[in-house]
Design a protein around this ligand. Sequence first.
Ligand code: BDR
Ligand code: CA
Length: 315
Amino acid sequence: MKKIPIILDGDPGHDDAIAWVMANAIKEFDIKGITTVAGNQTIEKTTLNARRISALIGLDVPVAKGSDIPLLGNLVTAANFHGESGLDGPELPEPIREAEDISAPELMAKILKESDEPVVIVSTGPTTNVASLLLANPELKEKIKCISFMGGGLRTGNWTSCAEFNIVVDPEALDIVFNSGVPIIMSGLDVTEKALCYPEEYEQIRALGNPVAEVVAGWFDFFMKHLRTLGYRGATLHDPCAVLALVRPDIFKFKDLYVEVERCGHYTRGATIPDYYGQKNKKPNVKVAVEINREEFIQVLIDCCRAYNEEGGKI
Ligand code: BDR
Ligand code: CA
């Protein structure tokens, strides 16, 4: 089978971590590298988490650290959701591999240059690294097959009433991505708030009994604590949607839309604004996931967790 070369860019983060557990188990993917971004926690913490996740899932690829701040503005973190480490909950193995001595955008550029075929970038945090890559290497755009990102929402927000966390952190970065001309898939709150994993489902994951599945269930335990206080009955699997939209488009519904990012609004900074009514007369720049088959999605999650063996490697 011809595999899809991908780069995983994120700010782990419980749902980033679950997205990477899934990506590593999906046979269609050839993971070329991991790049970290400041978001859920500081860059030092998200990078340490990325190296620990790699050790847990037996993923031996380069990890490179991104900038410690967004392109403009101050860093906002989400310790209320993800804890002080950014990935609180079950104990994780110590990292095996050091981080590279090049930056995240430099590693992305290296992977793109060395690849014989276009590479997919899966972005599950603020898009700071992706924007920096595009700004520094415009000639590499043609080597990017598509950017599948988690962020935004057509009708709602989760950090402010109208803006989603990843975009609140770095709206300028997403604006650069949206205007790049590279094909983009957006998994925003419209679908990710429906991608819920209920306790009886993550108990099925725990019951698989392998070390990766047990850690995933432990991440759910931690993540649900805060979500319960907000009235959720299941854990929102935001970031895994950006992975699954690539290999299981059949379980999503998409709309091609022209979408812009609010960067100036005093109350609305970070909102993603679709041109539903065609007033801008612009060609769609984003393929937006708007519906998801939740049950199928959870089945893929369970199958991915089943793919790990007793040692944490893949079966
Ligand atoms: C997004 O924000 C982060 O807390 C999650 O990891 C996800 O990427 C959801 O709004
Ligand atoms: Ca994330």
